[in-house]
Every structure is written in C-alpha cells, then in structure tokens.
Design a protein around this ligand. Structure first.
Ligand SMILES: *Cc1c(COP(=O)(O)O)cnc(C)c1O
Length: 413
C-alpha cells in the first residue's frame, strides 16, 4: 500500500489575529497620566509620589503607565503582588518598587533578587530573611501596621515584637527597614472621624519604631483621597492609584474640580442600526420594549469586555448624544434606542459611528462615574474590570515640546 508523499510536514499553528483597536479599544492618554502625576506631585510636595500600578494599572496597562508616571516625576512604584513587580522589572523598569500583598506561595527570593521592596505584616519576615540569607543580599522591607483597616498589617499588640525582630535582622545585615506604612479605611469620606484615629495610631507606631532605632527612608500612609484632602497624612511618600488615572475618589467632586484628567476612554463603533416597530422587545428577557416605532443601535461590547451586566441604563455617546443602554447587557453586546431615524426609508444610519462608553467627560460626554452609578459600584471597578478582549491603544506616548496633549487620528475629541 502506498501513501501520498508528505508535502512539508505539519503546518505551524496560525497566529491569533490581532484584535482591531479601531473596532473597540480602551484608549489610554499617557499625557493625562503625566498631567495627573504632576498635579499630585504638586499637592503632595515635599512628600514623594508612589504611582500605584497594581491590577495592570487599574486596567490602563502597567508598563506604559509606570514609564509615563516615572517620566512625570513619580519616584516610586507600588503593586499588590510580587508577580506584578517582577513583570515591571522584566520590562526593564529599575525604579524603587514596593509589593505588599503576599501568601505563603509568594516568591520572596525572586523579589529580593530583583531588588523589589517587600511589605511585611509579620508572618512574612522569616521567609524574607531566608531568601536574603540564601541570596546573600539584604532584603528591602517596609513594615506594615494595621491602624484600623482590619486587613493586612501588624496589630498594635504585635507591632513592638515585629519591630524588634526586624531590627535584629537588620543588625545581622539580612535586611534593611526601608519603610513603615499603613493604609486608610475611610479617607474618601473626609468628614468621618476614623481617619484622625488612624493617623494618631500611625504616629504612635512610628514613635515605637523610632525608639527601637528604626530610621526608615519613607513613612507612608496616604492613598488618593487622603493625598487630596489630608496634607497631615502625607509624611514622606503618598501612594496614589485612582488619582493617577484622573478619577475622583470623592462622591460629589468631579475629576475636573480636582484638576485631574481621566486617562481611559472606552469606545467602539455601532455594529448594527435598524428600524423596529412599537413594542419591539430588546435583548434577553425582553425587559425593554419600544413604546413607538424606533431605531435601535447595537453596541458590540458586553460583560465579557468588562461592562457590568447589571448596568442597564449606563450611557453610550453616539454623534454627540448620550443614550442609555436599554434591555439586558449580554456577553458581547448591548442596545441603545436612538429614536426614529427612518433608516429603512433612506434616513440617517449610525452604523459604524463611534460609540463612547466613557472618557474624559468633556462636553457632556459619559464618564466612568456614570457607569459606576448604573452598576452600583465605584469608578475603580469600572476601569479595572475592562477585560483583555478590549485592546489598549496608547496616545501621547512621548511628551510634546509644549507639554500639551494632541489627539491621534481615529479618536473623536
Ligand atoms: C490600592 C492601594 C493604594 C492606592 O489607593 P488609591 O485610592 O487608588 O489611591 C494605596 N495603598 C495600598 C496599600 C493599596 O492597596
């Protein structure tokens, strides 16, 4: 029996086709990031700025955002996981870099080897020291106190012991206590008294550390809301996430009022536009029906792209008008009711027109806060959950001579 001659062996698997950033994208304005860093640095001065780029820079892209933030004057970077810090180091970023959320599975040796600063609440200390010993390289440690948030950090009762142990190891050359820090619980509600209590507790744990001979390079407590509203929490360094992305942490205060510029615009193009009769049901469950003959626009973004399924009513801007999403948000798509455009009679169609979910908010455009309201969540979650299916597109990657932003072609102002 004969077989046909082989014609070249197995074929290589085809490359995955790249998603088109024209079809849908999260456009990240790096000049907005730089502007926000400069604004925050001015508010925080003389304290330094740590740009918090955890969770892929709240969905904006950790490496490009870290580079932009450093170029605009941030002196430090912060992330939650050691693995996130290693990604930044692998991209060639050498700046001081702190990771603060660990498990017994975390790779402390990799962190020490990469010169990553390690937040330490207590249980991590022997593991950090073991890594330092094995590598014959002192670890850089920031001791964390729980001053009231009830998450990470050493309790007041455990603090003296942690400080004493860390100083013993420092004397042995196994680590250096670079920082002392804590995290605030209610700084986004400036009228609440608990921030004062946390500040007082922080001053107390600093005094204990000082009395034990600790001389940290940086003491840090403030997040974005505290940086903007409580100068007495700045100490040597502020850890800013949300503000870096141009978003407001305060209920009744906009980005613009804080001098910040939202950096992310989520946009796509209308993928279908058609006339329907009165009483047309829309999307799963038929929870919405047109009350008159109308025209529907199909928006090709859904919960797989990070649009919260619960956020029916969230705004989509098409040709200068904000339309609420009607009916259920599905995995890939959602619908807006445009009113009668008479497309079938040769009227105006919006097929292919740009559809903006949120962006800078300029000229009445929709914002991440609008979507947060529709979803019953905060703006942090809206930007952070935009999924990898939405390509990130970067504009204004290099500072312009004037420092002013320009807008690339393809993105409507
Ligand atoms: C996420 C985080 C921050 C940044 O908080 P924002 O409110 O986004 O500025 C600061 N510190 C710690 C410990 C964090 O986990």
């Amino acid at each position: 029996m004969t077989y046909p001659a082989a014609t070249g062996g197995p074929r290589p698997a085809p490359e995955a086709a790249p998603a088109s950033a024209e079809e849908r994208s999260a456009v990240i304005d790096l000049e907005a990031i730089r502007h926000n860093v400069r604004r925050i640095a001015a508010v925080a001065s003389p304290a330094q700025v740590m740009a918090v780029v955890k969770a892929d820079a709240y969905g904006h892209g950790a490496v490009p955002v870290a580079r932009a933030a450093l170029s605009a004057g941030a002196g430090w970077l912060g992330v939650a996981h050691i693995s996130e810090a290693l990604t930044l180091r692998a991209a060639g970023i050498e700046a001081p870099l702190l990771a603060w959320l660990h498990t017994p599975e975390s790779d402390f040796a990799a962190a020490v080897a990469a010169g990553i600063d390690i937040g330490c609440s207590g249980w991590e200390l022997p593991r950090i020291v073991a890594a330092a010993r094995a590598l014959e390289r002192p670890a850089r440690v920031h001791l964390k106190a729980d001053t009231g948030l009830g998450r990470n950090g050493a309790t007041r009762d455990a603090w003296d012991g942690l400080v004493g142990e860390a100083m013993d190891y420092q004397d042995q050359g196994l680590l250096r206590v670079v920082g002392i820090f804590s995290h605030l619980a209610v700084a986004d509600e400036p009228e609440r008294p608990e921030t004062d209590a946390q500040l007082e507790a922080f001053r107390e744990i600093l005094a204990v550390a000082r009395d034990a001979g600790v001389d940290p390079q940086v003491r840090h407590l403030a997040n974005t809301p505290a940086t903007l509203s409580r100068p007495d929490t700045h100490f040597d360094l502020v850890r800013v996430g949300l503000g870096l992305y141009g978003l407001s942490p305060f209920e009744g205060q906009s980005s613009e009022e804080l001098g910040l510029r939202p950096a992310m615009t989520v946009r796509t193009v209308v993928s279908h536009c058609k006339d329907v009769p009165a009483g047309q049901g829309v999307s799963y469950g038929l929870n919405y029906r047109t009350d008159a003959a109308s025209t529907l626009g199909l928006i090709p973004l859904g919960y797989a792209d990070g649009v919260p399924r619960i956020a029916t009513g969230g705004p989509v801007r098409v040709e200068g008008v904000n339309y609420p999403v009607v009916g259920r948000i599905a995995m890939d798509q959602m619908v807006i009711d445009l009113g009668p455009l008479h497309v079938s009679a040769g009227g105006h169609t919006v097929l292919g027109a740009e559809a903006v979910l949120f962006g800078s908010g300029a000229d009445g455009g929709p914002t991440a806060e609008d979507w947060a309201r529709a979803a019953g969540t905060n703006n942090y979650e809206i930007v952070t959950r935009i999924s990898p299916r939405v390509p990130r597109r970067y504009i204004n990657e290099e500072p312009t001579a004037s420092g002013a932003a320009h807008t690339s072609a393809g993105l409507r102002p």
